[in-house]
Design a protein around this ligand. Sequence first.
Ligand SMILES: C[S@@+](CC[C@H](N)C(=O)[O-])C[C@H]1O[C@@H](n2cnc3c(N)ncnc32)[C@H](O)[C@@H]1O
Length: 199
Amino acid sequence: MQDNFKDKAASWDKGSTRVNGAKTIADAIQKNIKLDSSMEIMDFGVGTGLLGFEILPHVSSVLGIDTSAKMIEQLHQKNTPECFIESMNTDIIKNPLEKTFNGLISSMTLHHVEDLELFFTTIYKNIKENGFIALADLEREDGTFHSDNTGVFHFGFDADILYKTVMDAGFTDIKIENINTIKKPQRDFGVFLLTARKD
Ligand SMILES: C[S@@+](CC[C@H](N)C(=O)[O-])C[C@H]1O[C@@H](n2cnc3c(N)ncnc32)[C@H](O)[C@@H]1O
């Protein structure tokens, strides 16, 4: 499996923009979705767990999925017996999971997914009835967010196109809203949160 994050993993959590960005996403998820202690959640593209560890205290469990063994290695080092994220180093688009979840969360991973139609129809099957998805990523950008665009399939997202893709996969109650701005020297980048339900 291609690991585009192997050289970034060890220093990933040193980026304060990333750490604070994940906290902002977690706050926005909690404002939009009523989390509870019975919920089993998947964190798609869990990385080092920046979002997953924020959400874990409010739910029953978080299963982290990631194609990068090195990012998962960093996640393991942060696990404690009281605060533990199970993880799987796998590509669930190529090898779909049987398990279903009350919800799926994701931070800054969607732009690494090439085939969005396939992604949303695949994860639809992983969500229980009345479950939710909550994914945060970049609004449409000009390709300057990353210094190296290896493994970046989308320069952010157009809300109307994304809305239709999510609706076509079967999700309802779809909402896309701006929740953050990442300031870089070259320009500002908007971050959205997409939430939706499976009836
Ligand atoms: C930009 S990082 C974000 C990590 C973490 N969610 C965060 O906010 O710090 C993207 C993560 O998605 C993972 N990733 C990329 N494509 C993936 C895929 N198809 N399935 C699962 N994980 C993927 C990468 O390995 C990486 O850990």
